[in-house]
Write a protein that binds this ligand. Sequence first.
Ligand code: ADP
Length: 538
Amino acid sequence: MRGLMMDRPLLTTEILKHAVRNFRHTEIVTRTVEGPIHRYTVADSYKRICQLANALTAMGVKRGDRVGVIGWNTYRQFEMYYAVGGIGAVLHTVNPRLGPDNAAFVINHAEDDYLFFDTTFAPLVAAIRPQMKTVKAYFALTDRAHAPDIGVDVHVYENFIAEGAESFEWPEFDENTAVAMCYTSGTTGGPKGVLYSHRAIVIQTFACGLPIAIGCKEGDALLPIVPMFHVNAWNTPYTCMMVGVKQVFPGPKLDGESLFELLDSEKVDYSAGVPTVWLNLLQYVERTGKEFRYLKKGLCGGAALSEALIKGYERYGVELQQGWGMTEMSPLGTVNSLPKSILDKPQNERLPLQLKAGRAMPFVDMRIVDDAGEVLPHDGVTDGRLQVRGPWIIGSYYKAEKPTLTIDGWFDTGDVATIDPDGFMQITDRAKDVIKTGGEWVSSIDIENAALMHPGVANAAVIGVSHPKWQERPLLIVVKRDDADPSAEEIKEFLKPRLDKIAWPDAVEFVDELPLGATGKVLKTELRKKFKGYALPA
Ligand code: ADP
């Protein structure tokens, strides 16, 4: 028997309308690309979102058209999130750090009809423009005074929207319509297109608003360091509007000092970013002796959260909480939110749990399987390939040439993990990064986390290098802290009591910096190239 309830579509426009009805005074603050702080309210943003929707419609943007954007986290890109999706078009957020070739590839592959960009990226747009096959017009996200020259006519965002009326009749359409698209950042392979639906985003937004997820509420302020150009800034532009949270957009300045200043002046309670940005910010406060006056919590994901970072932030009264997800998961899969009863425990008792990626969000199913596809137990010890399914998880890559899912309908994440009986998942490694030694698997993440506990180590990465007897052995690559000079032997000795013998690195190499990919994660593919043919000590 079918239920007899209304069948109303789950559209992102409903999140926008809800915010305007209930949180119209809530602020949205941006450190602009032009420099000054821009400040307005949800009600003000709504007028401009309507203006943009009107202008896009007048220009002829239709349902399903792709509108590309290369931009920082600012109020203008935020407006695009709601206006483009709201008229039934698709916002294709392009990651500028992909580099010109990949950026041109994804724009052509997505067949973007229009391209909006921040002036910072004018040189990138000028460089790729001759390769553009489908883009009909270019728009600089700025005003007339700051319009850049890219060799063709560039429309100016402020002038473009100025012509539109401040109200808009939002259309209704099927909730499975695409709202946005994003390409994977190619940490382990070429970029692949992921097409998010309104339904997926709306359901994820409900989940993100839960206390066990991002856990922000009306009156709080959130600063997303995670970029809007990659996986919807972890859904924060939607979540904040759903629960009435003030958004603080950092624009182009993501260095420790600029972030700290904005966190402090805008009284930000909560932030979100990858470990490398958290590390930079921590090093900034340690160096300058500053204190976080307002920041209470941070979501750290995209790569493993280390013990050193958790402890570092705890010294400043900030709880770093781990999350795990993927471009293919819109992106949230797990969040490690712990009840007070556990957080009140002594640090050494709760740390092992905090180092896990957390428990699955509602509607996200997780399982681990072996190489033959056999399902493995959730005993917290056995590790296997992590597979997922759920309403905001990819069903197929855009223009996929082969099936994206397993025969029985799961998405294989490419991660290796354990899941314990309480539901806590721990990423042991990426399947491609795990070190296969003498028939056993060693987690590169475990070695990195142990190395980061050394006071002289600023950053660390581990790769497997080939070994005549053991197939592969771990090589630890270290960036020293500015004020320290540890030797390779000293670091090896430091690791011995902290790791199983099989995981002791065979060698330690020092570098000035680690290569970072388009989302700020260490690019192990580059390290493997750099250390190709590395001769381990006998
Ligand atoms: P890519 O880096 O290929 O663009 P994503 O940005 O989508 O991909 O990142 C997804 C990957 O990041 C996951 O598959 C996983 O390997 C890694 N990752 C994300 N969160 C965590 C975490 N908490 N711990 C370890 N790895 C993580």
